[in-house]
Write a protein that binds this ligand. Structure first.
Ligand SMILES: Cc1ncc(COP(=O)(O)O)c(C=O)c1O
Length: 473
């Protein structure tokens, strides 16, 4: 969200691109916030923009994001080729739509959707997991409303049960779509929700439970199978039909390859829908996500619109309409090119690198590890108590060497814990991981020479960060 600037308060320099190329290309300042009166040569417009973004963080050293920062040149080619195909124009681009359908099928099979149950799985490409989970959340809400109306019960107080560790998209969903969020508390040392908490929190107005496969905060997987068992008991006792949605933004493309024995997907009977970000461990650039519904019953007909103004009958159930086909094409490219074998090899490589970083961080003796080693390929840690520096100091120091390793406070009830997280993605080689470890040791050497802080000062500083920090979501 960006606000309109008050141009009156801005200096001439802020308002214009100055003659940065010493008169070779431009002799007059070019306005930044008002549409320029005159045209610019294309190469100059390109160069101004290219140069401006080139000073942002280096993608290879950005360990904050889960999103892909490198793809193969063949994928880049397909992305450019697909950019002008509009995914909304189903009638005009049937082959692109067919490719989307193949991806949905591949994911449904990967997630063990039973093909014979109520017409089999159904799904769509989305812009990311946020759009995907909004569609799934709406399906939960509509299905709950229909069940209640059939029993002539009120439908004015829907709620959704989830942990305090959910990503911001869930908070948005609750507010945008008028659903009461029932956040279950975490505590220092426990950063995922438990089946017992869920069994206690649900009621007749619960539209569903969200279980996260790969917490944004620590990468941990919530115990979907055990949550399913606890919820089945409650459903049976009370005569309810509360389903589970799995937020597999990151984990849904990790678990099938690293932990094939883990039951977290449609093998758990109460799991009705799953979202996954193609642009995270689906190994595509930002702009692609997926939502897969267990079967046609899980997606209420009310969410599907039929339009005919692009020719033919076109069922649509996305929040966005027009969007480029590039994400779908690049996802299909990864599926075809890598296959099960390729994804498995890559995920094992990422895990080996995150295990290496984890071991080295443990050896430093300065940190408590917060992530577990049976989840996403990342390492999350907190500084041990009474160090002369905080996680925020270390994060700042690492910036000097180009590393973006975020520091953030854990969610409510565990907010006294300040955490750092290094996400291992495909661009991180073992060499880079070794460099990171070396630079953390370098930073520690300097930070440890700081005057030891007394406890009161330490608490003051942490609280200051708590006030400033809005978390990573
Ligand atoms: C667990 C989880 N859910 C949802 C999202 C939102 O995903 P997207 O950025 O694809 O909209 C994220 C993003 O980091 C996430 O970690």
């Amino acid at each position: 969200m960006k606000e309109q600037k008050s141009l009156n308060n801005m200096s001439k320099n802020d308002l214009h691109h100055s003659c940065s190329y010493a008169g070779r290309y431009m002799t007059e300042p070019i306005p930044k916030y008002t549409l320029p009166e005159d045209s610019l040569p294309s190469d100059l417009a390109y160069r101004l923009i290219h140069d401006e973004i080139s000073i942002d963080g280096r993608p290879g050293q950005n360990l904050a994001t889960f999103c892909t920062t490198w793809m193969e040149p063949e994928a880049d080619k397909l992305i450019v080729e697909g950019i002008h195909y509009n995914l909304a124009d189903e009638d005009e681009y049937p082959h692109v739509i067919e490719i989307q359908e193949r991806c949905v099928n591949m994911l449904a099979n990967l997630f063990h959707a039973p093909s014979t149950e109520h017409g089999g799985a159904i799904g769509t490409a989305t812009i990311g997991s946020s759009e995907a989970m909004m569609l799934a959340g709406l399906a939960l809400k509509f299905n709950w409303r229909d069940r209640r109306l059939k029993k002539e019960k009120p439908v004015d107080k829907p709620n959704l049960v989830m942990g305090n560790n959910v990503q911001i998209c869930w908070k948005k969903f609750a507010r945008y779509f008028d659903v009461e969020p029932k956040y279950l508390p975490l505590e220092p040392g426990r950063y995922v929700i438990t089946p017992e908490q869920i069994a206690e929190a649900v009621d007749e107005n619960t539209i569903g439970v969200c279980a996260v496969l790969g917490s944004t905060f620590t990468g941990e997987f919530e115990a979907v199978k055990e949550i399913g068992e606890a919820l089945t008991k409650v459903n049976d006792e009370k005569g309810w039909d509360i389903p589970i949605h799995v937020d597999g933004a990151s984990g849904a493309m990790v678990a099938p390859f690293l932990y094939p024995e883990l039951e977290w997907d449609f093998q758990v009977p109460l799991v009705r829908s799953i979202n996954v970000s193609g642009h995270k461990y689906g190994l595509c650039y930002p702009g692609i996500g997926w939502v897969i519904f267990r079967n046609k019953e899980a997606l209420p007909e009310d969410l599907i619109f039929h339009v005919n103004y692009l020719g033919g009958d076109m069922p649509t159930f996305n929040l966005n309409f027009s969007r480029p086909a590039s994400g779908v094409l690049s996802q299909y490219y990864n599926f075809l090119h890598l296959g099960h074998e390729g994804f498995t090899n890559i995920m094992r490589g990422l895990k080996a690198n995150s295990d290496f970083i984890r071991e080295e961080i443990i050896k430093m003796g300065e940190f408590d590890i917060l992530s577990d080693d049976h989840s996403l390929p990342l390492v999350a840690w907190a500084c041990k108590h009474n160090r002369p520096f905080t996680a925020f100091d270390l994060s700042d120091k690492l910036r000097e060497r180009g590393w973006i390793v975020p520091a953030y406070t854990m969610p409510k009830n565990a907010e006294k814990i300040a955490c750092m997280r290094a996400v291992v993605r495909e661009g991180m080689s073992r060499d880079l991981a070794e460099n990171l470890v070396r630079d953390i040791r370098w930073a520690l050497e300097i930070l440890n020479k700081l005057k030891p802080r007394n406890a009161a000062e330490y608490i003051y500083l942490e609280n200051l960060q708590l006030e400033k920090n809005t978390g990573i979501c």
